[in-house]
Design a protein around this ligand. Sequence first.
Ligand code: ATP
Ligand code: MG
Length: 304
Amino acid sequence: MFSRQPAPLLGLDISSSSVKLVELGRDKSGNLVLERCAIEPLERGWITDGNVEKFDEVAEAVRRLVKKSGAKTKNVAMALPPSAVITKRIVLPGGLTDQELEAQVEAEANQYIPFPLDEVSLDFCVIGPSSSSIGDLDVLIAASRREKVQDIQGLAEAAGLKPVVVDVESYASRLATSRLIESLPNKGVGTIVALFEVGALTTSMQVIRDDEVLYDRDQAFGGAQLTQLIVRQYGFSPEEAESKKRSGELPDDYESSVLRPFVESWFRRSAVRCSSSSPARPITRSITSCWRGALRRCRGLLWR
Ligand SMILES: Nc1ncnc2c1ncn2[C@@H]1O[C@H](COP(=O)(O)OP(=O)(O)OP(=O)(O)O)[C@@H](O)[C@H]1O
Ligand SMILES: [Mg+2]
């Protein structure tokens, strides 16, 4: 009864095709459980390239989402796409006070950020003792145009939520993935893991080993292209193609004629880019966040 639980927090994902909400809790043994989740579609063009083009419409969709999810918690964590955030790892002297550290971060940030600092939301975190110079600290700085942060905060507030965290999408998914990696043999230590996230317009791939990111790239490629291929192959309207794709009501040759070549060409492209930019060791695990039907087919293909 008196056990201290962390304050509940919702996760809100604002993407090009939908807004999604999750609420996690813990069971009696402390394992994470999914308490609530909900999704609300967005019309095409409301969000493009991470920009909120139709604020009122998206805010209304977030409001519907919160209502239908039944979430009672107001605190919410959100994230910006990596394209909207500049991150840089810098080295600063150890032993500074918090104020000195802040002043140093601002001075350093000036060099890397192509906007005036008063138009920017700037944050930093101390990663730990520097690996390259004894006594110094490795510090991660993150900066985004203030209007981008204000846009997503405003959307949450318009739906009655209280934004408490604005993360970077790729950092948030890495953190979530680290929980899965911990369940691998030997807690995944030293294992090279590829994380694929397939969205409607953007697919991201990250290759991770322990806490190190070996490769991290977004591609303008995703489920919307598969819908276009279905339109072209069978002559459906885009809406019909999207809904048939989701429900699986497609002609018998769909898998061999459309889906398989699509998944293969996408994986080849990703693998070629990755191996040409980081000829490291082979990927030994993959974790894929995408639609279930395609997911089954994605496995196996990776290892060719
Ligand atoms: N059952 C399904 N089978 C195949 N594709 C599906 C299925 N359900 C959803 N999709 C596709 O998944 C994509 C939506 O993925 P997701 O919700 O991750 O996109 P998003 O987050 O809005 O996009 P982005 O991150 O690119 O902005 C869409 O292209 C949709 O058509
Ligand atoms: Mg997404």
